[in-house]
Structure formats: structure tokens, C-alpha cells
Design a protein around this ligand. Sequence first.
Ligand code: NAI
Length: 511
Amino acid sequence: MSTQALPTTATVAVIGAGAMGAGIAQVAAQAGHAVQLLDLKPGAAAQAIAGIQKTFTRLAEKGRMTAQAASEAGARVSLAATAAELSGAALVVEAVVEKLDVKQQLFAELEGIVSDDCILATNTSSISITAIGAALRRPQRLLGMHFFNPAPLMALVEVVSGLATEAAVAQAVHDTALDWGKSPVFTKSSPGFIVNRCARPYYAEALRLLSEQAADPATLDAVMREAGGFRMGPFELMDLIGHDVNFAVTRSVFEAHFGDPRFTPSLIQQELVNAGYFGRKSGRGFYDHAAGALAPAPTTEAPATLANGLALWTGEALGQALAKRLTAAGVPFTAHDVRHNDARVLRVGETLVHLTDGRSATQRAADNSHEATVLADLTLDPLTARGIALARADHCSEAAFKAAVAVFQAAGLSVARLDDVPGLAVMRTVAMLANEAADAVSQGVCDAAAADTAMCKGVNYPIGPLAWADAIGLPQVLAVLDHLAKAYGEDRYRASLLLRRRVAARRPFHD
Ligand code: NAI
């Protein structure tokens, strides 16, 4: 299909010269458009333009663009003093305050100024596109063009259609974003769109684990980074985003879903907000960010002594990776190259280690009538993971737990001990991330490819949650969720219909 992108000769107007508006103006100017920037606050647009021009100069100094391209791009951004000056724009992107009535009023005013084929886009993160459009004479040309902060660096653009948005308009904005070097995805107006909805479990499960005293924030953050492969742990990430903002987004998604327990906000985070502990910006959140404050170290297990008689089950990815890592380390073992029906990973002495299936270790020890039961958490790639989380059954002795710890340490992994919470940390989080993405797909919010692209490009996940679930194996992911639902007795952990259907059909999310 030929591109529907706006030609670079088309003028782009950006309204709101704050963090987002300035970033969007920079992107459009760099792509070759003449850009008009308008802000209500006197001096704000001029200041933003000076900032954009300085950025272009810096990019030229670093060799990322030529000096001529930098000065031309800078010269393409101009100031508009009033909305009336935007009559020649082919695309208007609004990035003003997050208030429905302000946005409705602004677009209604614009309708009287711009031509009928001018596309009207809003950068809103949380307001219904359909609701904004309801105030317009021609809502079919209004849509969401949702950039991520900072707009020049983050590749994702969610192209959000409201009930009235014309498909051709969404296609034009999608193709234009592509021309701007972005990774656009189609989605429809629904609470949180893709990213702000599907990322909720990353924070929610971490807060839940903390409230259940699974481990401290530094330890859980380290597990999510070193075992899960996430760029930032959930607690450090919430401290960066700001608890006021993160809590408000969670609340708005929760309320917009009419109180669906899946999105229930955390009392721990509410207390941080009540205290004014917003994170980095206020100097304190989960961590102390005061100048000179030392970051707390994660708690890992002290070196343990490896016992003789190690057996590995290499039918599981974890067992297979351990076999390779232990061979490289010169550690002897016997290998069973079969998949054990209870996801057994290894046996050392009396100790049995299984991959978590969402039951607690204590439950599994009881189910199997085997006291020395230890569970291993998921790792993104067990061959390269730097760490792993383990939990032991209440029945399991400390010595039997240490025997398991020693094996993972011998394979070069640092071991974090979690209290015996069902699903541990990475497995439970990834299962819930995939579950949310599956629900978004089953409700037509986006397709599976868009869900994965959105999470990789919008929040830097190491792999899309649906592709990750495919790699784990959907029956395992479903088992984790069903066990969590049983253990907690809460609707929060209900499995997505689409996940259950794919398991029954023996089909992955990505065929
Ligand atoms: P900001 O507060 O930095 O900037 C907003 C700007 O809009 C201010 O300069 C203000 O003077 C101006 N403004 C307010 N009302 C106006 C009006 N009626 N006409 C013209 N200018 C007006 O806000 P920020 O962070 O840039 O966000 C803007 C929009 O982008 C919001 O809708 C927000 O939800 C959305 N967004 C924000 C993200 C973020 O991480 N900050 C990410 C993605 C979307």
C-alpha cells in the first residue's frame, strides 16, 4: 500500500510548548516540516523554540546531523501568537494540559480556523478520544497521536482512533509517524490505550510482592533486572516516574475500568504519595535520592557449598542452561534429557528444585509430599542471566535450601531469596503482563504485534509480553495465572479468555 504520509511540504502546528509539545515540534521539524508552535503562556513557545534550536546545534556538534541541516531544521520552527495563525496547517498536534474541557474548547476553536481536511491530533495519555471528538463538528478527523517522553528519543507513537475517527485519518498519521522515524501502532480509544494499560502489572505485582514482604525493593529491583532482563526494576522506575504521576495513572485506569480489581491501586504507593515521597523529584521515594545518599544493595545469598550427586532435568530451558553453565564451570552432574511432568529442574541430595507454576513452594511440597522443595523464578534467558530468585517451602530445611543455592551459584548466578510468594517475581509479573496484553488484543484494542511493539518501544521491555509468553509456553503461563487465582481467590488473577483459548487450540499468540 502506498504511503498516506503527509508530504514534508505540509505545515505541522503544535499547541502546548511544554515537555511534550517541544519534543514533538523538534521531531516534526527534524523530519522536514515547517512547524508552528503555540502556547498560552507568554514566552513559553519562544523559550521552547530556543531550546529546540540549541538541541539541533548540539546534535550537529556531536556529528548526528550536519551543521547546515541543524540550522535549517531550527529555522523551520516558528512561533504562532494566536490560533488564527494556524489556518494553513495540515496537522495540528495538541499537547496542552490534561483536561477534557480545555481540549474540547481548543479543538472547537480550531475547527473554525483550519481547513476541513486538516488532521486534528491530541497527545493525551488518559482522556477518551471519543469524548474529545464529541464536541466537534467533524470528529472523524480527530485522533490520538500519543508520543512518549522524551518524544525525540522514544520511538513509540500510539495512533488512537475514537468511535468517529476515519480509518484514512489514522492511516495518514500512522504513515507520517513512520516517516518521522517513529514506530507507530494502531489502537482504539480505551482507558490507558496500550502502554499505560498493559504496563500496570509491572508496578502492581511489584507493589503486591512488597506488601507481602517477599523481599525489599532493592532485592526485587535486582531480580527484575538481572533475571528478568528489564532495564530498570519497578521500584526504581516508579521513583523515576514519580509516585504522584504513577499512582494517578493507576487510579485513572482503575476507575476508567469501573473498578476492575486487576488494576487496584496499592496502599503502599498511596502512603508514599500522602507523605510527599514522590521519588527522585522530591528526594525520596522507595529510595533516598538526597545528594550523597547511598543506594541500598540487594540482598543475595552468601556462598554455599556444593554437594555431590547433582542431577539436572534438561527438558526445561532452565535445566538445559544450567547444564551448559555447569559444564563450562567444570561441575559434574548427571542429566535427564526429558521434560519432567512437574517442571523439575534439578535434584541435589534430598532437595528438589522446580520452575514456579504459580503455586507456592509450600503448597507444592504438600502436593508432592516432598519437604525439601525449592522453587526457581523465571529468567528471560537462563543462559545469560546474572541472577535468579529462589523460594523454599516452609517444610524445607535451611540446609536443603542452601544445597539448591549452591548449584545456581556454581553456575555463576547470584541468588536472591524471596519469601514463599506464589509465582515468585519475574514469572508472576510476566504472566500478568502477557495476560493484560492478551485481554487488550481480545477486546480489539490492538493486535498482538502492536501490543508487543508498544511495550518494547514505549517502555523498553526486553521482549514483547506476548512473544515472551509464547517462549515460556502458554500452558505454563495459564497454569501460573490459574494457581495465582486459586491461591488469592481474587478476580485480579483471572486468565484472559484469549490465553485460555490459545492453550486449548495449542496455538501461540504469534502464529
Ligand atoms: P506541560 O505542563 O509541560 O506543558 C503544557 C503546556 O501547555 C504549557 O506550556 C502550558 O502553558 C500550555 N497550555 C495549557 N493550556 C493551553 C491552551 N489552552 N492553549 C495553549 N497552550 C496551553 O505538559 P506536558 O507534560 O508537556 O503534557 C502535555 C500533554 O501531553 C498532556 O495532555 C499530557 O497528558 C500528554 N502527555 C504527557 C506525557 C509526559 O510524560 N509528560 C507523555 C505523553 C503524553
